[in-house]
Structures are given as C-alpha cells and as structure tokens.
Design a protein around this ligand. Structure first.
Ligand SMILES: [Zn+2]
Length: 458
C-alpha cells in the first residue's frame, strides 16, 4: 500500500533507502525501506516502493547502503566524569572512589566542570549513536542545561550522599535540596529531572525513604547503585542484616519507577522481589568488568521479565560512552560467565540497548523502536565499509562488528543533531578547549599529590 502523500510538505522528512532495523514487536527488518517523519514524530515505516514522492516532503535524507535504527538508550552514566577519564585505572571500586574520585570531586566539581564535562560526554554519546541517556551527578542543573543545548533526550538525576558533596556541603539539607532541584531543574520535552541516591551504603535509610517520597510525589525516577560489589553486600548485611535489595524493599523504595544500576550480587531471595516490584535494571558490563565487581545475572533477569537496559556508567570507569561497544561486551561477558555461547544472542542485546533501555527509563511509548507514533530518535550507520561487508545478519554486525564510529547521522525528536559525523547543536572545538583547560588544572593537582602511581602521566 502506498503511503498517502502529505498535502502540506512542511516539516516532513523522508529517510530513504537502506535497511531499517525497526525493533518493533515483530522485530521486523525492512530492506530498501523508508521512514517518514513529520516534525518530531514517525508517521510511517515501510518498503521504499510505498514511500511518498520526493516532491511531497521538505527534506530527504539519502540512506542507501546504510542501516537505520532507533537511537541507543544509555540507562546509566555520570556524564561530567568524562573530565576524569583515564585518571585512575586498574583499581578496586573502593580504592578508586575513596582515594581518587571523591577527593578530586570535592576539589574540582563545580557548575562549569559539570556543564563542560556533560557537553563533552554528550558529544561522544551523539557521535556513537546514543539519543537518550539517564545521568546522575552533582550540580545536575548544569548537566540539564548541557543536555538541552546538545538536543539529547535525558533523565537528569541530582546526586545525593550523606556526606558533604560538591554541590551540598551540609548533608542535613539533602531533602530540602532534592525538593528544590525538582522544582528548579531546567527541563523541556526532552530533558526531565530525577533524584539519584548514590547507594545504600552512602545514604542512610531516612534519606533514601524521604528522597523516594519526593520522587513518588512528582512521578520521577529514583536512581541508585545497587548490589554492585561483594563489599557492599557485606556492609549492608553488617548494618541492617539483609541484602541491599531486601534492605531497599524493607524501606519501600523498590517499584517500577526505581532504576537500579548493576544488581550483580543478587541472592536467591532477591529475584522474586525484583520481579514482583518490576525493579528496572541498568546493566553496565564494561564498568563492572573494569572494576572487577562481578557479572550481573542478566539472562535470569530477562527470563523473569525484569526490565533490563544497557548503560556505560561514567567514562572514568569504562572508559568510553560507546553503546555499540557496550553491546559487544554485554553479548560476550555472559557467554564467558556461563560457558554457554547461546545464552545472550545479538538480537537480545540490541533490544536491551534500545527498547529495553527505553522501558527502564519509562520512555517505551516514546522511543526505543521505529514505529508510527513514536518520536523520531533515529541513528544511521554507514554499512559500506570493509568490516561490515558482506552482511548476513544485521544484529550480528551491530553487536560484533560495528562501533560507534560507524554512526554517521543522528536525529533526535525529528531534528538532525549530527550530519555526516558533524554535531550541529554545539561547538565541538570550544568544548574540547574548555575541557582541556579543566584537565590542565587536575594534572597540576595530581603532580602536587604525587599520584603518579596510578599510571598517570603529566
Ligand atoms: Zn554509576
């Protein structure tokens, strides 16, 4: 059936040619396909022969020899930590956090650091095909502003800990500041606020409960690192006599609007709680491999219907924000862990990085697949390259052969944000220069403190 030609062509964009990996419920793949967009919305997806004529649309994007798919959804990161990339590697989480990251954050993290660091991270995310992100950090109003300027879709969580933080020297003000943030955070149709309690070991029960109440009142996500390390489970057991999942369940924090990053050290009693409460999981395999925290039982979560999305975590513990590379790792780590090459196939991982992530962020009705009525968050990859020729299976190439560098064009909410690998919303050169200056200051501090032992080079 031929699509009816629009009577008024303004705001119509036609993505024309190439293969469409729809991620719709039928997992349809359309070769020689098209996607018709009006303003921010997908109007129709189908075979090229059924597309409206060129004369009926305002703009045509020629995508012959390309793969067109929904934008990737990064369910867990700390964008501004891009400024700390490569600064302290090859360390356990506790040493990494307490001896390097927390002291540096208290010294350097301010609104300018967060704004410029988030711009930098956002550029990297757009370049590698991420169109939606869940962020959590300090001075998150500045991050929200950066995401708005970039044109990225983002859930921005204000970081909360029960010790003096860069944006809150007095933890007694955590609740008041959390309420203020939700009311004052810059937001629009793409950028929305959330609250992010760092963990059950850095936030006391009262803080967790009160912050969750604010989230419930405003219907916004509550974000937390949960069951990330064995040390965390031991600490929570010592303090409260339960597992971290059971601890949060006892505090009535777990529900379908709680996003838990990691969920690695899960007890047999935790699974039914997670299933019953529809807890949403952000799976970040590269970060947890690098910190040697463990492997989350994701295949079991999926069997139980627990929503799982993929995330990079901050790029100080990854050390990149490339979701295509993260897909490759996610597919392989579970094979190695279970000694079963069939346990996590490529299609499952692509779904986790798209519609699965959208479900984790509560955006599944807006993004995560290319279907009529959804927002036009679309990425286009160049298939005409040695490492992607020939193609027998598109999911296989996306997970095992492609990288973020293969993404050439990105649309978010119907707008072209990157065209032929050039981001059009912010000035990339200026951002790199600004972060270079931040890096110079941190290098000076590192030299003063003689912390070259981490492999840091002046
Ligand atoms: Zn994290």
């Amino acid at each position: 059936m031929t699509t009816t030609a629009p009577s008024d062509k303004s705001d119509y964009v036609l993505i024309k040619g190439g293969v469409i990996v729809t991620i719709n419920p039928a997992d349809e793949i359309i070769e020689d396909g098209y996607v018709l967009i009006k303003a921010d919305q997908i109007i129709s997806v189908g075979k090229l022969q059924d597309a409206p004529p060129d004369s009926a649309v305002e703009e045509i994007i020629d995508t012959r020899n390309c793969l067109i798919m929904p934008g990737l959804v990064n369910t867990h990161t700390h964008a501004a930590m891009a400024c700390f990339r490569g600064l302290a590697d090859d360390l356990p989480l506790k040493t990494w956090l307490e001896e390097y990251i927390f002291p540096l954050e208290s010294r350097y993290v301010n609104p300018v650091f967060v704004y410029q660091g988030t711009l930098l991270a956002g550029l990297e995310m757009i370049h590698s095909g991420t169109t939606s992100v869940c962020d959590g950090y300090f001075f998150e109003e500045a991050a929200a502003q950066a995401f708005m300027n970039l044109g990225l879709r983002a859930v921005v969580g204000k970081g909360i800990v029960d010790f003096p933080a860069p944006d809150n020297p007095d933890p007694d003000l955590n609740i008041e500041n959390g309420k203020k943030y939700v009311g004052q955070c810059p937001s629009n149709s793409l950028v929305t606020p959330a609250l992010f309690c760092h963990s059950a070991y850095t936030c006391k029960p009262e803080t967790l409960q009160k912050i969750k109440k604010i989230c419930q009142y405003h219907s916004i996500p509550f974000i937390i690192h949960l069951s990330e390390t064995e040390a965390e489970t031991k600490e929570i057991k010592k303090r409260y006599g339960t597992s971290p999942i059971q601890h949060l369940n006892d505090l009535e924090i777990l529900d379908g609007e709680t996003i838990a990053a990691h969920c690695i050290w899960i007890t047999i009693d935790d699974f039914p709680i997670m299933q019953k409460k529809r807890l949403r999981v952000a799976h970040c395999p590269e970060s947890t491999m690098k910190l040697a925290s463990g492997v989350a039982p994701v295949p079991h979560f999926l069997r139980l219907g627990i929503p799982v999305g993929l995330g990079t975590d901050g790029c100080a513990s990854n050390n990149n924000l490339d979701m295509i590379s993260e897909m490759d790792t996610a597919a392989k780590v579970h094979k190695l862990n279970s000694k079963n090459p069939a346990i996590m196939d490529a299609k499952t991982v692509v779904r986790m990085a798209t519609i699965g992530g959208a479900e984790v962020l509560g955006l599944q009705n807006k993004v995560g697949s290319l279907e009529p009525g959804k927002k036009a968050d679309i990425i286009i990859l160049d298939l005409k390259q040695p490492h992607l020729t020939p193609v027998y299976n598109y999911y296989s190439h996306l997970v095992y052969s492609a990288s973020g560098h293969d993404v050439i064009t990105v649309l978010i909410n119907g707008k072209v944000i990157m065209h032929n690998r050039k981001v059009v919303t912010v000035n990339e050169k200026e951002t790199l220069a600004a972060v270079e200056e931040i890096g110079k200051e941190i290098k000076k501090e590192m030299i003063c403190q003689g912390r070259k032992k981490s492999g840091f080079r002046a």
